[in-house]
Write a protein that binds this ligand. Structure first.
Ligand code: ADP
Ligand code: AMP
Length: 219
């Protein structure tokens, strides 16, 4: 399956993607994770992205589209896109690139969360800089405070998870990204809306129930 996991920042995309890839043996392609690793490696791409990410704005479409299409080419047939596409232009270019190989997006999971909940989730988020696992200081604590369960790395607070940048990222989501849902709905793609203001495991169960059905249709 080729899936898009969409939703505002802090909706739980990364958290749910890790579970989806385990169940369906897919690759997790997160545009945000790729950009952060480019920054950590000090590449030209990472340097270009820096100021946009730190202020909560979107990195320009041309940079992101090239980066993600390259990444998708290296992935096997099944993947979940996390954080991409984030504009209608990115969606159009993604579909065009897939169509050139006779491929298409099989479905989109759209996690729905209101802005008040998001602020609390993002300011309390702690992330593993290596594995990408995410925790929360109240909702999803690691076994040992401040340490990743998976690889023992010290957890960090992302610099863009402060209240000011979170407000900017939410605005960006409403102005530029929310329209991606309508774009795929209008094209007749499967769009699965999930109420993501509930326990992490309950959200996962709803996603699995829908993806089990979709998986049966795709094969
Ligand atoms: P995104 O990838 O959409 O930005 P994350 O998966 O990183 O979101 O989740 C953001 C924060 O919210 C993390 O700290 C995570 O532990 C927490 N979180 C994710 N899903 C839920 C949920 N259903 N209920 C409460 N907290 C959640
Ligand atoms: P995320 O990890 O998904 O929260 O993304 C972190 C930041 O990376 C965003 O605030 C943007 O600045 C940038 N970014 C990630 N994905 C995209 C994308 N598809 N288009 C533009 N910018 C992106």
């Amino acid at each position: 399956m080729r899936l898009i996991l969409l939703g505002p920042p802090g909706a739980g995309k990364g958290t749910q993607c890790k579970r989806v890839i385990d169940r369906y043996a897919m690759a997790h392609l997160s545009s945000g994770d790729i950009l952060r690793s480019q920054r950590a490696a000090g590449t030209e791409l990472g340097k270009k992205a820096q100021s946009y990410m730190d202020s909560g704005r979107l990195v320009p479409d041309d940079i992101i589209i090239d980066m993600m299409i390259e990444t998708m080419k290296k992935a096997a047939s099944g993947y979940v896109l996390d954080g991409f596409p984030r504009t209608v232009v990115q969606s159009e270019q993604l579909d065009k690139s897939l169509a050139q190989n006779g491929e298409k997006i099989d479905g989109m999971v759209n996690l729905q969360v209101n802005d008040e909940i998001i602020s609390a989730r993002l300011t309390g988020r702690r992330s593993c800089p290596k594995y990408g696992a995410v925790y929360h200081i109240e909702n999803l604590k690691p076994e040992v405070d401040g340490i990743c369960d998976k690889d023992g790395e010290k957890l960090i607070q992302r610099p863009d998870d402060n209240a000011e940048v979170v407000a900017s990222r939410l605005l960006t989501y409403h102005e530029q990204t929310a329209a991606v849902v309508g774009y795929y709905q209008d094209k007749g793609n499967t769009v699965i809306n999930i109420d993501a203001v509930q326990d992490v495991d309950d959200v996962t169960a709803l996603i699995f129930a829908e993806l089990d059905k979709l998986d049966g249709q795709v094969k």
